[in-house]
Design a protein around this ligand. Structure first.
Ligand SMILES: [Zn+2]
Length: 52
């Protein structure tokens, strides 16, 4: 059973909008979890530092 994030109303499994408040039902959390990219570092290390 899913519940509306806005009003907490019980939603059917096929409901795309809350019948009570009309808020769109978010299902992103339940489908295709995004793999976290923990391998790539935010600041890549230079392999060939230029020393002039
Ligand atoms: Zn609602």
């Amino acid at each position: 059973m899913e519940y509306c994030v806005q009003c907490g109303n019980a939603l059917s499994s096929e409901a795309k909008f809350c019948p009570k408040c009309g808020a769109p039902v978010k299902r992103e959390l339940y489908t295709a979890p995004r793999p976290k990219r923990g391998i790539t570092s935010p600041s890549p290390i230079r392999e060939n530092p230029v020393l002039t």
